[in-house]
Design a protein around this ligand. Structure first.
Ligand SMILES: C[S@@+](CC[C@H](N)C(=O)[O-])C[C@H]1O[C@@H](n2cnc3c(N)ncnc32)[C@H](O)[C@@H]1O
Length: 247
């Protein structure tokens, strides 16, 4: 699958983590973002902007930028920005991260996105490292390698080959049963596509102990992230610090 195909998967759709998850991700990220000096923070794949707004509101000296490949997300995020007291320190932009260029940040955060970006993991980690100041941190929520996620990856990959209106309806039926109380009909429909997206990568030992250090990213902390749905890949949150690459 090419980057252009993946961009089509997201175009016109919104995506936001449930509030409890976004609050947990913000609390974890804030534990690694200084509060005593000016910092620049980037959220890769910011969805509707909840994490960006939470970080900006909790760090009055931070300039926080969110980028997302979906224009619908960026529009919704602009809406969230308008009602925040931190609005002047927040920016949102539609961009594919792999084509995005900016001055290096003090912190990068990203939740539920890295496994959706196609391409070589080494190149992705090199990009992230080069977008960080030395000593900067990358707070990354993503699926990790485990049996549950491997099984889900297989199911999602298989579903991709048999997609039909009937399969869509079956997925929607299950989604309603699981989340009909807390999610509206539009959000449930927007989630259908995710069931056809096997992860491009999961955080595994090789990524943590070989690829990341080679890119200049050292693991400094790891936290569990509670799953909000059995239909979701299991995630954890890993914090990397930008150091000199290990050759
Ligand atoms: C599962 S959603 C997570 C959204 C948000 N991080 C949150 O936790 O609410 C994944 C998001 O990644 C975005 N995305 C996917 N590929 C991207 C890319 N190459 N560059 C920027 N954003 C991307 C999608 O549009 C979508 O909003």
């Amino acid at each position: 699958m090419t980057a252009a195909d993946r961009a089509l998967d997201f175009s016109g759709k919104t995506c936001s983590a449930p509030p409890a998850r976004s609050a947990r991700m913000a609390a974890l990220a804030l534990g690694h973002i200084p509060d005593h000096r000016h910092v620049r923070v980037l959220d890769i794949g910011c969805g509707t902007g909840s994490l960006v707004v939470r970080i900006a509101e909790a760090r009055p000296l931070a300039q926080v930028s969110g980028i997302d490949i979906s224009l619908a997300n960026v529009r919704a995020a602009e809406h969230a920005r308008a009602s925040s007291g931190a609005a002047p320190r927040i920016t949102f932009e539609q961009a594919d991260y792999m084509a995005y260029r900016a001055v290096p940040f003090d912190a990068i955060v990203s939740d539920g996105v890295l496994h959706l970006i196609p391409g070589d993991t080494r190149a992705l980690l090199n990009r992230i490292a080069s977008d960080l100041q030395p000593g900067g941190v990358f707070v990354c929520g993503m699926p990790f390698d485990c049996r549950y996620n491997r099984l889900f990856a297989l199911i999602r990959g298989g579903l991709r080959h048999v997609r039909s209106p009937l399969v869509d309806r079956a997925i929607l039926f299950a989604a309603r049963a699981l989340h009909g109380r807390e999610m509206d009909a539009r959000s449930l429909r927007e989630r259908i596509d995710y069931m056809y997206m096997p992860p491009t990568r999961m955080l595994d030992r090789h990524m943590r102990e070989r690829l990341a250090p080679a890119a200049g990213l050292r693991v400094v902390a790891q936290y569990p992230m509670r799953s909000t749905s059995p239909s979701q890949l299991r995630h954890n949150v890993t914090v990397f610090e930008r150091v000199a690459p290990v050759v």
